[in-house]
Design a protein around this ligand. Structure first.
Ligand SMILES: C[S@@+](CC[C@H](N)C(=O)[O-])C[C@H]1O[C@@H](n2cnc3c(N)ncnc32)[C@H](O)[C@@H]1O
Length: 236
């Protein structure tokens, strides 16, 4: 008895791993993470499907265990890579306590899809050697560390916060001309990119009506300039 926690990738159905795709095709039950998973990935599967959005942890757990006990193959499908804001440990622990094996199949995070859309690097020699992945406070997080983290001056990727863009830019302790990109639905057909600065990005996001499924990338890597050559390619 085993549950596979599979990363569905950022949206483009071609961006799931080969292993993830095979497991989906073999599954008898797929529990998927709502609208963040592209429905195209679920089309044509023989598996029963359950949307975990709005379902309790207990209901999801019970469905997995009942299916496993009936000899079915179970896939839990998370958006992007399950390790980022995927809340998988709270699902895996009770399964393990029952002696049920779990396996994580990594996926392409929306972070990497956003970087690809921007045709940049998240770490870039001479610009930013580090990346901070974080999120703002909200209904499911009491307090964030945005201000303190921003003082490192590195690239920041901010998840789960586009509806709080104004508060986020106000919290960051960086110059108002710091470049910012907002990528909505990276790798989906309706993907959108907004480029701006800490000073003007909030107004652009509000004007565009983007209030979900977007990543905020802060820092000079967005500009794609000012970098130094790496030592990977030596001059002959
Ligand atoms: C619960 S988190 C899941 C993140 C996911 N595990 C990942 O690796 O991309 C959901 C948040 O991820 C971001 N997100 C997910 N898919 C996205 C996409 N295709 N484009 C932009 N942001 C996305 C948004 O910030 C969204 O609010």
């Amino acid at each position: 008895m085993k549950v596979y926690f599979v990363g569905a990738g950022p949206g483009d159905p071609d961006l799931i791993t080969v292993k993830g795709k095979r497991l989906l095709e073999e599954a008898d039950l797929v529990i998927f993470a709502g609208s963040l998973v592209n429905p195209t990935l679920l089309e044509g599967l023989k598996a029963e499907k359950m949307d975990s959005n709005g379902a309790s942890l207990e209901a999801t757990f019970a469905r997995m265990v009942d299916s496993l006990r009936a000899g079915k193959r179970v896939v839990r499908l998370h958006s992007g890579d399950p390790s980022l804001y995927g809340a998988i440990l709270e699902q895996m622990k009770p399964l393990e306590e029952l002696g049920i094996e779990v396996e994580i199949v990594p996926g392409v995070s929306s972070l990497f899809a956003a970087s690809a859309v921007l045709k940049t690097q998240l770490t870039l020699k001479g610009v930013s050697e580090s990346l901070i992945v974080t999120r703002p406070a909200g209904t499911t997080l009491e307090k964030d560390e945005l201000a303190a983290l921003s003082r490192h001056g590195t690239t920041m990727a901010i998840f789960l916060g586009i509806d709080k863009i104004r508060d986020i830019v106000d919290s960051l302790d960086r110059s108002p001309d710091t470049p910012v990109a907002v990528v909505y639905h990276a790798s989906w057909q309706d993907e959108r990119v907004l480029l701006g600065t800490l000073g003007d990005i909030a107004a652009k996001v509000v004007a565009a009506g983007i209030d979900r499924s977007a990543l905020i990338i802060v820092g000079d890597v967005v500009k794609r300039t000012g970098f130094r050559r790496s030592h990977l390619y030596r001059n002959r």
